[in-house]
Write a protein that binds this ligand. Structure first.
Ligand code: SF4
Ligand code: SF4
Length: 96
């Protein structure tokens, strides 16, 4: 009985891990920097701190009325994570 429960539990864990791995793979295969534009307040700190001039502020605005940061010169990004560290609203994720 207990053995069956443990097996079932392990199967669920394996399934969840597969799903999480899939999420990670999708992110890795996409952009190195992912910006949640709806959380961006347009402070431009990430643009100022990026050492390689990768980020730019948008001409468009988000639903709160802010210009948001855009991952622009993608080939120059080194995944240094400075942009994510300085963002006060934690809306940047960086992938290697
Ligand atoms: S990870 Fe580094 S290089 Fe890439 S956009 Fe952010 S600050 Fe710039
Ligand atoms: S630091 Fe964060 S809040 Fe400020 S512009 Fe960049 S992404 Fe937006």
């Amino acid at each position: 009985m207990m053995e069956g429960w443990i097996m079932k539990n392990q199967e669920i864990k394996n399934e969840k891990a597969k799903g999480q791995n899939q999420d990670v793979l999708e992110k890795i295969s996409g952009d190195k920097v992912v910006i949640d534009k709806e959380y961006c307040k347009g402070c431009a700190l990430c643009v100022a701190y990026c050492p390689h001039g990768v980020l730019e502020m948008s001409e468009d605005i988000n639903s709160s009325g802010y210009h948001y940061s855009v991952f622009k010169n993608k080939e120059k990004c080194t995944s240094c994570t400075y942009c994510a560290i300085v963002c006060p609203d934690a809306c940047i994720e960086v992938y290697k």
